[in-house]
Design a binder for this molecule. Structure first.
Ligand code: PLP
Length: 384
C-alpha cells in the first residue's frame, strides 16, 4: 500500500484490491471465506491460521483503511459500536474519559449503561471550547474522545489544540471521524492517536452494510487494539469486507456530490421563513466556520435545522416523499432524522434539551440525488 503513496487517495481507493490475486489477475478483490487453513508442516503457518485472527479479504480492507487515514494499523469490525467497544476495552476500571457532549447516542449508551458497571467513568463537555476539556481532566483521566463536527449540532472542536493538550497530559486522543471521512479530515496527521468510524455511514455509503473501523497512528497501539479485536472477536466478515472495499472505490465521487448538495440546501433552508436556525459549518454564521477550514478540506454533508414548532417538524417528516424519514446517515439516499426520539433517544430529556436537541430539531443526511429534486421535496414538505 505504502509503495502506492505517491498516487492520490482517490486513485488508491479506486485501485483497491487489484493485484491481490496474482494467479487470475482479478480486478475485484477475492472473497476468501475459509475459516481455517492447512499448515505446511508442524510449527509452520502460511500466515493464516484462523478466520478471527486473520483473513486475506479483511486484511486487504484493513490495509486500505490504514492508508486512507495515514495510520500504522487499520482494523475492521462488525459495526461502529463494536469498534468503539473494543477501543473502550483498552481502558481499565477506575480510568476516566472526557467526551464531546454533542455525541452519537450509542456511544453515550454503551458508556453510561455498560462500561459504568466496570467503573470506567466519563465526563461530557462542550469540546468546541478547549477550556471545558482542560477543566474536566482529573488524575484518573486517560483519554479524550471527540466528534467534530458534533452530532447533531455540528459544533467544531480544534483537533490540533486538543492533540497538544493530550500530549501534555499523556492522554489517548480519539476522534470519531464518521461525519467527515479521511477525504475531508485526517485527525491522525493532526496528532490524534486513533480514529473511529461507523463504516455503516459514508464508507459503506449505500445503506446496505454494517461495519466499523479503528485506525491507530502508531504500531504499538495498533497491536494492542488487534489483541483486543482477536481476543473478543467482533470482526467484520470476509463478505462484508469485500463489500466495504467495493463501496470505498466510489467514496470520493459520492462525497463530492453530497457536499455540493449540502451547501446548496443549507443556504436555501436559511432563507425559508419556517426555519429558525440552520446548523451547518459551511455557513459563515456558524461559529466553527473558520476553524473547520483550518483542519478539513470541506464542510461535510450533514446538516441540522430547527423549525418553528414541533408540529412543523412532524409535518415535514410526514410530507417528505423523496427524502426518507429514517435514522442513519452518509448513504447516497438522503435521510431525515428526528434526533430527539431516534439517534439521541437514550440521552435523558433534560440533558437533551440543555444541548438543544429539542422536538423541533431535524437532521438531514444529504445524498446524491439531483439537487433540484431535493429542494422541491423540502419545499413542498415545509409549505404552510
Ligand atoms: C452510527 C455511528 C456510530 C455507531 O456505528 P454503528 O455502525 O451504527 O454501530 C458511531 N459514531 C457515529 C458518529 C455514528 O454516526
Amino acid at each position: 500500500m505504502k509503495s502506492k503513496g505517491q498516487l492520490h487517495i482517490q486513485t488508491r481507493l479506486v485501485q483497491a484490491g487489484i493485484g491481490r490475486d496474482e494467479k487470475t489477475g482479478a480486478i475485484s478483490l477475492p472473497i476468501q471465506p475459509s475459516a481455517t487453513y492447512r499448515h505446511p508442516g508442524v510449527g509452520e503457518s502460511t500466515g493464516y491460521d484462523y478466520i478471527r485472527s486473520g483473513n486475506p479479504t479483511r486484511e486487504a480492507l484493513e490495509e486500505l483503511l490504514a492508508d486512507m487515514e495515514g495510520g500504522e494499523r487499520g482494523l475492521a469490525f462488525a459495526s461502529g459500536m463494536a469498534a468503539l467497544t473494543c477501543l473502550f476495552l483498552n481502558f481499565s476500571s477506575g480510568d476516566h474519559l472526557v467526551l464531546s457532549e454533542d455525541l452519537y447516542g450509542g456511544t453515550y449508551r454503551v458508556l453510561d449503561q455498560i462500561f459504568s458497571r466496570f467503573k470506567l467513568t466519563v465526563s461530557y463537555v462542550d469540546t468546541t471550547n478547549i477550556d471545558n476539556i482542560r477543566a474536566a481532566i482529573t488524575e484518573q483521566t486517560k483519554g479524550i474522545l471527540i466528534e467534530t463536527p458534533g452530532n447533531p449540532l455540528l459544533g467544531i472542536a480544534d483537533i490540533r489544540a486538543i492533540a497538544n493538550l493530550c500530549q501534555q497530559h499523556q492522554l489517548l486522543f480519539i476522534v470519531d471521524n464518521t461525519f467527515m471521512t479521511p477525504l475531508l479530515q485526517r485527525p491522525l496527521e493532526m496528532g490524534a492517536d486513533v480514529v473511529v468510524h461507523s463504516a455503516t455511514k459514508y464508507f459503506g455509503g449505500h445503506n446496505d452494510l454494517c461495519a466499523g473501523v479503528l485506525v491507530a497512528r502508531d504500531k504499538q497501539l495498533g497491536e494492542d487494539l488487534y489483541f483486543l479485536q482477536n481476543s473478543t472477536g467482533p470482526i467484520l466478515s470476509p463478505q462484508d469486507s469485500w463489500l466495504l472495499v467495493r463501496s470505498l472505490k466510489t467514496l470520493a465521487l459520492r462525497l463530492e456530490r453530497q457536499c455540493q448538495n449540502a451547501q446548496i440546501i443549507a443556504e436555501w433552508l436559511q432563507k425559508q421563513p419556517q426555519i429558525e436556525v440552520v446548523y451547518f459549518p459551511g455557513l459563515p454564521e456558524h461559529p466553527g466556520y473558520q476553524l473547520i477550514q483550518q483542519q478539513a478540506d470541506g464542510f461535510g454533508a450533514m446538516l441540522s435545522f430547527r423549525v418553528n414548532s414541533a408540529a412543523r417538524a412532524r409535518q415535514i417528516l410526514e410530507r417528505i416523499k423523496l427524502i426518507s424519514f429514517a435514522e442513519s446517515l452518509g448513504g447516497v439516499e438522503s435521510l431525515l432524522t428526528l434526533p430527539a426520539i431516534q439517534t439521541h433517544g437514550d440521552i435523558p430529556e433534560a440533558e437533551r434539551l440543555r444541548l438543544g436537541i429539542c422536538d423541533a430539531l431535524l437532521r438531514l443526511s444529504v445524498g446524491c440525488e439531483d439537487i433540484d429534486d431535493l429542494l422541491a421535496d423540502l419545499q413542498q414538505a415545509l409549505a404552510d
